[in-house]
Design a protein around this ligand. Structure first.
Ligand SMILES: CC(C)(COP(=O)(O)OP(=O)(O)OC[C@H]1O[C@@H](n2cnc3c(N)ncnc32)[C@H](O)[C@@H]1OP(=O)(O)O)[C@@H](O)C(=O)NCCC(=O)NCCS
Length: 184
């Protein structure tokens, strides 16, 4: 039986989304060590390349197990890894998934993540045949919220203190888009 490839290579105007390899550790560490980048994410700022390698091994293990995982975001022009995006989870019974993303600070506010999210939504709805794709962010993460809005996700509500992250109770905003909305 054919298995789903949740992280097949995707190409957009300026970017390639491809599988991550251990050779990407240095580029990922370069942004994951930046406290501004990790301010509104669930993971801790990386302190050493070992933190990055431990993370990469989890990503690669998921590929090996044919589970939904992350993509490297590569800028076509420079062939440089500039961030990461992927599936937080995919629930095939409910045809529902959640996406997450992060970008190196040098590349912020140039429309890159909006380009990425459009590409993933297109793949999720038209290739994986998902019905609903969600994204969540810290309530104060305006840039991430804006990415969701620009991609057509709708605000569904504030989840009060839904997570405890780095010792703090965090209010989370829930956004989602349905397949019929994406296609209309
Ligand atoms: C969130 C993030 C991925 C956005 O990526 P990006 O490529 O800069 O996003 P885009 O350029 O496509 O869009 C960003 C939008 O947010 C807006 N924005 C950025 N910072 C803002 C701020 N502080 N207040 C209000 N709007 C802001 C930009 O103006 C832009 O909107 P516009 O096109 O209407 O002008 C990037 O900032 C990042 O990696 N942050 C750290 C990790 C993170 O928070 N990940 C998301 C976890 S949920």
């Amino acid at each position: 039986m054919e298995t789903t490839n949740f992280n097949q290579q995707l190409v957009s105007n300026r970017l390639v989304l491809r599988r991550i390899t251990l050779d990407d550790a240095k580029d990922i560490f370069d942004y994951a060590v930046d406290g501004e980048v990790s301010r509104f994410v669930t993971w801790e700022q990386h302190r050493s390349i070992e933190d990055t390698l431990a993370f990469l091994n989890i990503v690669i293990q998921k590929y090996d197990n044919k589970q939904p995982s992350d993509w490297a975001i590569v800028e076509k022009q420079s062939n440089k890894l500039i961030g990461m995006c992927g599936w937080v989870y995919v629930n095939e019974n409910h045809r529902r998934a959640e996406i997450g993303y992060v970008l190196s600070r040098k590349y912020w506010n140039q429309g890159y993540m909006s380009e990425v999210v459009s590409q993933i939504l297109d793949f999720g709805f038209n290739t994986l045949n998902l019905n609903r794709i969600e994204a969540r962010c810290f309530a104060e993460n305006t840039a991430s919220e804006r990415v969701m809005q620009k991609a057509g996700l709708r605000y569904e509500g504030l989840l009060r203190e839904q997570m405890i992250i780095k010792g703090s109770n965090v209010d989370i905003k829930m956004y989602a888009i349905l397949q019929k909305e994406w296609n209309s």
